[in-house]
Design a protein around this ligand. Structure first.
Ligand SMILES: C[S@@+](CC[C@H](N)C(=O)[O-])C[C@H]1O[C@@H](n2cnc3c(N)ncnc32)[C@H](O)[C@@H]1O
Length: 318
């Protein structure tokens, strides 16, 4: 495989015996990953990070254990790591010691780098023949502008790979003991951003249709617009008593969950001094937390095997 071969992909183990194209180089964990990894993992055929390529990699919601093996493989090989604000130190610590680390997020109220500057930087380093890892929180293609960055690479003729990550709207909920879907509460879920580039609630969204069309709504970047969003949902007919949960710093040691209702959310958030980053979930599925808060159970919470009260209803009607 040459430096610009677009077939930079894992190769099945039996390909090594001769089925593989002659110019294709097979790289194993053993080449790419630290010796400290368990032996079994080294036999996986993970791809080589080719010089001059950019990998757009999702780092998950925060817990390093939620990184994919592809992400760890990328960290071990990258020459340059361009990372966002929500990627933690422990994850960054997996980069090669001599890797160049470039911060591309917003911190301490300072203005964030322009998207086009970030994309230009990726192109510039790739053109220098570097292995460029663009490390983004959650999944690069979920409210993360990964698509824009990838298109800039296409425009510049740079080869790239995308490594999905666990998005906060799914993984973060799991860590709060809230399933994104559950048969008894919702067969659909809507993911929505509460924030436009200009800082307002997205106006090009039909909020009434969203409120009426999906029993569960998971909102990213919505905390600062919670008053508007709850008002829109109430006006669209969602019940004031509908459960709402906010999950801050999901999957991290200081994860905090606030359970409230549509009518009380704004008041309760203010009273708790709840701050970003947070995922907000609206819908009856939040009630499942009484049975599924596995992190709470680690600290002694007694879980309810019938959080929706369905068995109790059955018994009452029997
Ligand atoms: C720019 S978006 C990036 C989303 C990311 N690409 C993903 O798939 O999770 C940032 C927003 O994601 C949510 N978020 C990301 N990580 C989070 C976490 N650990 N806990 C709570 N919310 C998180 C918050 O709503 C935050 O404002």
């Amino acid at each position: 495989m040459t430096g610009s071969d677009p077939k930079n992909r894992p190769v099945a183990a039996n390909d090594q015996a001769g089925d593989t194209a002659a110019d294709e180089k097979v790289v194993h964990w053993g080449n790419a990953l630290p010796r400290a990894l368990p032996k079994g993992l080294r036999s996986l055929n993970l791809p080589e990070f080719e010089a001059g390529w950019v990998w757009l990699v999702g780092a998950g919601p925060g817990d390093p254990g939620l990184l994919t093996l592809h992400a760890v493989n990328a960290m071990q090989q990258a020459d340059v790591v361009v990372y966002d604000a929500l990627v933690g130190e422990e994850i960054l610590g997996l980069a090669r010691e001599d890797a160049e680390m470039i911060y591309a997020g917003k911190r301490g109220g300072k203005p964030s780098p322009k998207q086009r500057d970030i994309s230009a930087r990726l192109v510039e380093h790739a053109k220098l023949g570097k292995r460029v890892l663009r490390l983004k929180g959650g999944d690069p293609f979920v409210f993360g502008r990964g698509g824009e960055e990838a298109l800039a690479l296409v425009d510049a003729g740079i080869h790239f790979r995308v490594v999905p990550g666990i998005t906060a709207g799914i993984g973060g909920l799991s860590y709060a003991g809230i399933p994104a879907t559950h048969r008894d509460t919702n067969h659909a879920v809507t993911f929505v951003t509460g924030h436009m580039a200009g800082g307002n609630v997205p106006e090009n969204l039909d909020w009434t249709a969203i409120a009426q069309g999906s029993p569960t709504i998971v909102a990213y970047m919505a905390l600062s617009h919670l008053p508007q969003i709850t008002q829109l949902f109430l006006e669209a007919g969602r019940p004031p008593s509908q459960p709402v949960a906010l999950v801050r710093n999901a999957s991290l040691p200081d994860q905090t969950v606030l359970e409230t209702t549509l009518q009380d959310a704004v008041k309760d958030v203010a009273a708790a001094g709840f701050t970003a980053p947070a995922i907000i979930v609206f819908g009856d599925v939040v009630r499942m937390r009484a049975g599924l808060d596995w992190m709470g159970a680690l600290e002694g919470r007694i879980l309810n095997a019938d959080p929706l009260g369905l068995k109790t209803q059955d018994e009452d009607s029997a």
